[in-house]
Design a protein around this ligand. Sequence first.
Ligand code: WT7
Length: 645
Amino acid sequence: MSDGEVFPVPKAWAQKAHMDAAGYEAAVAEVETNPDAFWTKVAGRLDWMTPFTQVKDVSFEKEDFHIRWFADGVLNVSVNCLDRHIAERGDQPAILWESDDGLMARFTYREALAEVCRIANVLKAKGVKKGDRVTIYLPMIPAAAFCMLACARIGAIHSVIFGGFSPDSIAGRIQDCDSRIVITADEGLRGGKIVPLKRNVDEALKSCPQVTDVIVVRRTKADVPMTEGRDAFLPDLKQGVSDVCEPEPMNAEDPLFILYTSGSTGKPKGVLHTTGGYLAWAAYTHELVFDYRPGEVFWCTADVGWVTGHSYVVYGPLANAGTSLMFEGVPNYPDHSRFWEVIDKYKVEIFYTAPTAIRALMREGDEPVLKTSRKSLRLLGTVGEPINPEAWLWYHRVVGEGRCPIVDTYWQTETGACLASPLPGAHPTKPGSCAKPMPGVKFQLVEADGAVITGAASGNLCITDSWPGQMRTVYGDDQRFFDTYFSTYPGKYFTGDGCRRDEDGYYWITGRVDDVINVSGHRLGTAEIESALVGNENVAEAAVVGYPHDIKGQGVYAYVTLKADVHPTDILEAELKGWVRREIGPFAAPDVVQFAPGLPKTRSGKIMRRILRKIAENDLGNLGDTTTLADPAVVEDLVKNRHGA
Ligand code: WT7
């Protein structure tokens, strides 16, 4: 197979980057020959209160399963992200903020530290202690980063929930980690529209009686209902509070945060990351992949409600003494030049976004890009889903004027930070490939039965050894952690992704091989959407699959069987889409609802998703063997009534 154009490493990059091709080979070799020395350097970039003497202590084997890194070291994440930069860079902006409505704010390291300490003291006054879980449901405002760091300062575990999630989703996450305290805002503002954050929290808390305190950040200053004795505005709580707060000494393996993510089955998993390994990995990859130097203006467009926002809006850039731009808005408001105008306004040097945004903007033509300068840009990045070569080339030629390398970064919520990406000074780029694993990350392709694949071929992507940013468990469910990631291929971490390796040893992620779909870079479990659908009184059964979507990457295709006396109507179709919006969040709403008198099942009652996927993809010549179906006629009906058929 030909992989199309290859873009060489520009000479200036090879000369100046943190890591060139030889440096990459040397690092990969050192991981083999002297792993402790290699990993000690990776973690040595952090300031430790008590230096670690143990490095890696890991077994993926069932009998002795454990993952520990730098386990006797003691540190504090907020000190590493703030205090240690004050002497040299106290007046440098740590966070720049562009609001939805075009206002600008900046916080220097000194100001950020003071604010984080105040919030930390507010939390302490509320009785929050080391190990307590704090739920954060905020818009993309600097306070979100400050609240995360305030938790880290006192050793509380934050659980950030993306502002697009519904009250039901919030409640499930609060209950799962038994969080007693919630930080939210009066309202959010996105694309000129109000997001009723406080109202959503109020709704969620009807089923979370354990929550004693709700801290409300002022964003729009709208009048919102406040529950006496439970709710308070942050500005009021901060009155007279000290801007000094002693950092809690944390063991490297103490939890830093929980972040809920969708899996192929069951309710969302609380992915748990710890202190030392996570921060070291976020900082190391941020420096290497983006060839980052302190003070450069770095813009990652991800929301802090997703892992990308955790690692590359907050923790990675701040650990590296960076200037991180937070953006509250959306790419198409007030018009399609917004991203590029913001780049000019803040002289952004490194820009990191999702393929879905690139595809949506590409559709608007070159003009909205070309009317801006973008001359500050020197590097572009993508994350979250495979990027089609057409979008990659447009990003490279039009946005980056052919002068900015593109780093296609592949990773997962579970992996803490980047797993694979071209390094701009080391690897020629190929549109659509995430190139090579980070030094220390050991990829392996296997057949479905586990047989190891070598050379240029496709298979399921596993990782054979640990890296410091690896998740440590599913909160409260060690067994589920092991079963989900380490039982399919014993002794290995299974990513859930399919992948091809080419003749140059480059990796090409082909997408999930489980029942997880990726809609506009948002990860969704089909089982979750199905469970929302069957919660509707009209629905008897539902099966959800992904299908290729020009802009979103994948769209949500729902097959729905109605209860016996319910008739399929357009109104009901719209109602079900709205239902999922409200139950999970707007981004999970089905693009297509197809009413089906029956679903294709095996004689043992298992839904044959393979067939449903083919029909949704309109790959009708390829339905495969349908003879094992309990009722083959079901498929004929599905094909005949296919949406767009
Ligand atoms: C899944 C993880 C990466 C953090 C944000 C998403 C897909 C991610 C790429 C990429 C192809 C990618 C994978 C992965 N994915 N990055 N560069 N190329 N696919 O994290 O929500 O945990 O989703 O996103 O399928 O498993 P997430």
